[in-house]
Design a protein around this ligand. Structure first.
Ligand SMILES: Nc1nc2c(c(=O)[nH]1)N[C@H]1C(S)=C(S)[C@@H](COP(=O)(O)OP(=O)(O)OC[C@H]3O[C@@H](n4cnc5c(=O)[nH]c(N)nc54)[C@H](O)[C@@H]3O)O[C@H]1N2
Ligand SMILES: Nc1nc2c(c(=O)[nH]1)N[C@H]1C(S)=C(S)[C@@H](COP(=O)(O)OP(=O)(O)OC[C@H]3O[C@@H](n4cnc5c(=O)[nH]c(N)nc54)[C@H](O)[C@@H]3O)O[C@H]1N2
Ligand code: SF4
Ligand SMILES: [Mo]
Length: 740
């Protein structure tokens, strides 16, 4: 018998609706849900692989413990007992900071990652907290922190209403969008052009997105900050700045900051001529609705924060911030509502409340740069990292100078991984705790409803029944172990804390609809639900569209979402600066010493002649997903995709041939990769995707091992960071390339 289930795809940020048909207890077919209010049937080739992922024989179903160098299956009680027996004494002996935690990307795609990691972080109370954020979007958090006092408030391009979209360092036709949740990105881009708008793509490679744009500017890698500052320079120089947004402070210092970045001066640096730069600046400031969208190629860069800040400031001074068609802030349905009479501003944002032990990198959002994890493990002394917990992460493939990190991982006293695969990172684990597959979990996009180009709410119940504990329970048990309550303590203790905190927040919100209500009543009203569902219901009901526990009869609740399996469309984005602003001054704060200093550092490099060295950049492919979906034959079959793109002129000069092998060397490592000669990359630039290199001993990835590819992060340099965010610079890596 067939049953049909509707759910949101958890694999990337696009949040497409899926229609899953189950026959005799197994997934029979997955296709796009044509009735999904947001994606309307769109999916990419990954969306239909959730069944294959669930059925993958290499996906772990039971915990593994390492005994005599081999991973053996054990039952759950034994696995948790092992963690307790080893972690607790280690932490007692060496202190809280001796236990590090690394949180990987899928935490943004699971309910557990959104809600149940927090108690574990609190229990660990370690300074050594790391995540994929510092090889990704941390610069954007910091620029929002500085500008708006709110690192979570990252504006998104209002794709469906913009008339001019400038995309820097993103390739949404492959990635399907990031920090901009928009299912069917290709269709939305086509619609911009259909309504007479323009798309400009700034990328050192003619990506698939660049190929469908009106204009492609092939920028020199790592120079986006200089180019964006030059655009602001032109807007101010030509008196075209208009700022209707209010309240804004510090604009009087902007002219001095952008002064050195004239279009003529940055032209040889960026590889974009001054006339083009002036024209784009004029288009952005001629009154049309425009959005400037920066992503991974610009954030994983030495000046990532400056870049992200400059993109928002450019929109601010051209009246394209917080207006339809410009850059806007979504209103997540599970967020805290903002009472109308709340005074503007808040506590502000700061970094550096503590620093990393070895290199003194400032803390940012409670985290240290993952590029510094290896040295924190290697360097003896008080606070040395001796144990690591990874949750949904593969830092052995996703973080810079990864051979060094692997040597460090091998030296740890204890590694515990919450992960579904025995892979390049978890092979170092002493205990692996595998959560259920995606189809066995419920889903709700806590991370992406705040980054979405429309306000949306969608809840997906599990499709298949889980055989082991849920990911939330695994994390709760780890928190109980760390906090000394023991492996057999009741996870309800943790769930109670989490739901209690949500209810407490809602009932103490100054001027809120539920102010003064008994938080215990709210918790009791959801007590019949599973723990993840309790959290969703509490947050949605107390959120800006919620039923406020009976106060708003038409409002949202989990039950409303259950009754709408294709999602609820809550409308287009609306201006909401007042609601997101949390700076101490209650204004958008444009001026900051750190940004000024970083811009001055950048200005000081402008007049050096650009070197003729080759630089390495990354790229993505729609059939791949970071490092962990290469074990599915349907996605990796066909011609190899982990190739080094080399421009024909460079290939000729270096003696490289299409299909031949290149030896690529950087300051920190060397790899051999197959060459693909292509004029899609700029001369002087080579491109290799990340997340490959699956031939490691001890991993259990049969399909991936046959299509291993090479690990580009052997080449990336952990010493090059954006100082304001701690983010690693993963692009513009100087390399030498020679025939293999
Ligand atoms: N050179 C270079 N390096 C990069 C990038 C780049 O562009 N260039 N991109 C960076 C970016 S943007 C990111 S986000 C990082 C990603 O960095 P990571 O998050 O460290 O790496 P992933 O490849 O996403 O690995 C995800 C892990 O989670 C596991 N997993 C999958 N689903 C689940 C689940 O539901 N629960 C649990 N517990 N585990 C699960 C997988 O088996 C895998 O081990 O890589 C970064 N690294
Ligand atoms: N299919 C697929 N989808 C994914 C992922 C995946 O691995 N595969 N990963 C997901 C994750 S975790 C993320 S964060 C997002 C990322 O999503 P995107 O930000 O769209 O990432 P990419 O597709 O890597 O596009 C980055 C582009 O930046 C260009 N670039 C490199 N260096 C520079 C530079 O210095 N300046 C400029 N202007 N451009 C540069 C590259 O050539 C590339 O085209 O994708 C998500 N979606
Ligand atoms: S675009 Fe992203 S969300 Fe949509 S089907 Fe593909 S992987 Fe899933
Ligand atoms: Mo990412």
């Amino acid at each position: 018998m067939d049953t049909t289930h509707f759910r949101t795809c958890p694999l990337c940020e696009a949040t497409c609706g899926l229609e899953v048909t189950v026959r005799d207890g197994a997934v029979h077919r997955i296709r796009g849900d044509r009735d999904d209010v947001f994606s309307q049937g769109f999916i990419c080739p990954k969306g239909s692989t959730l069944g294959a992922l669930h059925d993958d024989p290499d996906r772990l179903r039971r915990p593994l413990v390492r005994r005599d160098g081999r991973h053996v299956e054990v039952d759950w009680d034994e696995a948790f007992a092992e963690v307790e027996a080893r972690l607790v004494p280690l932490r007692e002996r060496y202190g809280a900071d001796s236990v590090a935690m690394y949180l990987g990307n899928p935490n943004a795609h699971t309910i557990a990652g959104a809600v149940f990691v927090r108690p574990l972080i609190q229990a660990l109370a370690t300074k050594n907290l790391y995540s994929a954020s510092t090889v990704d979007q941390m610069p954007r958090h910091v620029s929002s922190g500085l500008l708006y006092g709110n690192p979570g408030a990252m504006p998104v391009p209002d794709l469906d209403r913009t008339e001019l979209l400038v995309i820097l360092g993103a390739d949404p036709l492959e990635s399907n969008g990031s920090l901009c949740t928009a299912p069917d990105f290709p269709g939305r881009l086509a619609a911009i052009r259909d309504r007479g708008g323009r798309i400009v793509v700034v990328d050192p490679r003619r990506s698939r997105t660049a190929a469908v744009a009106d204009e492609h500017l092939s920028i020199r890698p790592g120079t986006d900050a200089a180019w964006l500052l030059a655009l602001i320079h032109v807007v101010l120089r030509d008196g075209r700045d208009r700022v209707s947004l209010s309240p804004v402070s510090g604009l009087e210092h902007l002219g001095a900051l952008v002064e050195p970045f004239s279009p003529e001066r940055v032209a040889p640096v960026c590889g974009i001529d001054a006339v083009t730069t002036e024209r784009i600046a004029h288009e952005l400031s001629d009154g049309r609705r425009a959005a400037v969208y920066t992503r991974i190629g610009t954030h994983t860069a030495r000046h990532g924060t400056l870049c992200s800040w400059a993109a928002d400031v450019l929109c601010l001074v051209t009246d394209n911030l917080d207006v339809p068609g410009g850059m806007m802030w979504p209103t997540p349905c599970h967020g805290r509502p903002v009472p109308a009479d709340r005074p503007p501003g808040g506590r502000g944002f700061r970094t550096g409340r503590w620093s990393s032990r070895v290199s003194g990198h400032p803390e940012v959002r409670g985290e240290l740069p993952v590029a510094a994890l290896a040295e924190e493990i290697e360097t003896p002394g008080d606070g040395q990292v001796r144990a690591l917990i990874t949750v949904a992460g593969n830092p052995a493939r996703s973080t810079p100078d990864s051979l060094r990190l692997e040597r460090a991982l091998a030296s740890l006293d204890l590694v515990v991984s919450v992960d579904i695969y025995l892979n390049e990172t978890t092979r170092y684990a002493d205990v692996i705790l595998p959560p259920p597959s995606s189809l066995e979990k419920s889903h709700f996009d806590f991370a992406f409803y705040g980054l979405s180009v429309r306000n949306i709410a969608n809840y997906s119940p599990p499709v298949l029944e889980a055989t082991g504990p849920g990911e939330h329970e695994i994390l709760a048990r780890l928190a109980l172990i760390v906090s000394g309550q023991g492996a057999s303590a009741d996870p309800e203790l943790v769930y109670g804390l989490v739901t209690g905190a949500i209810a407490q927040g809602a009932t103490t919100l100054e001027g809120g609809r539920l102010q003064g209500r008994d938080p215990g009543d709210l918790v009791a009203a959801v007590a019949h639900l599973e723990a993840p569902e309790r959290c969703i219901d509490l947050m949605v009901r107390t959120g800006p569209f919620g039923d406020q526990f009976g106060e708003e009869s038409d409002g949202l609740s989990l039950q409303v979402l259950v009754d709408h399996p294709h999602g609820v469309d809550l409308g287009a984005l609306e201006p909401r600066l007042r609601e997101v602003l949390r700076t101490a001054s209650g204004t958008v704060e444009v001026d900051h010493d750190g940004l000024r200093a970083d811009a001055a550092d950048l200005a000081a490099t402008l007049d050096g002649a650009p070197g003729d060295e080759l630089v390495l950049v990354g790229r993505r492919h729609v059939r791949s997903n970071n490092s962990w979906m290469h074990n599915l034959d349907v996605l990796v079959r066909g011609k190899p995709r982990c190739t080094l793109l080399v421009h024909p002129e460079d290939a000729e000069r270096l003696g490289l041939t299409d299909g031949g092998v290149a030896v690529v060397a950087s300051r920190v490592g060397t790899v051999e990769a197959p060459v693909e000669v292509s004029d899609a990359v700029r001369p002087g630039v080579v491109s290799l995707p990340h997340g490959w290199g699956h031939d490691a001993d001890g991993a259990r990835l049969a399909v991936a091992a046959r299509n291993a590819g090479v690990n580009s992060n052997v080449l990336t340099d952990g010493a090059v960071l954006d100082p304001l965010s701690g983010n690693a610079a993963l692009n513009a890596i100087p390399v030498t390339v020679s025939p293999g």
